[in-house]
Design a protein around this ligand. Structure first.
Ligand SMILES: [Zn+2]
Length: 61
């Protein structure tokens, strides 16, 4: 598995240097993640303001 980076802004996990969702810079210092399949049905997604399905880091430093 490739190393994933997390977006500093929306916490989206990606292999890219820039977030595909919000174009923010991504960093490799993050901990824990959630997989969101149905953002409109997920309480965590609501809390984290996630609107698109994907993997998201819980903590980004
Ligand atoms: Zn982002």
């Amino acid at each position: 598995m490739k190393t994933l980076n997390a977006c500093k802004d929306c916490h989206y996990l990606t292999e890219k240097d820039r977030c595909p969702l919000c174009s923010e810079q991504t960093v490799n210092r993050w901990r824990g993640y959630v997989i969101v399949l149905n953002p409109e049905k997920s309480q965590i997604a609501k809390k984290m303001n996630i609107t698109k399905p994907g993997k998201y880091a819980l903590k980004v430093s």
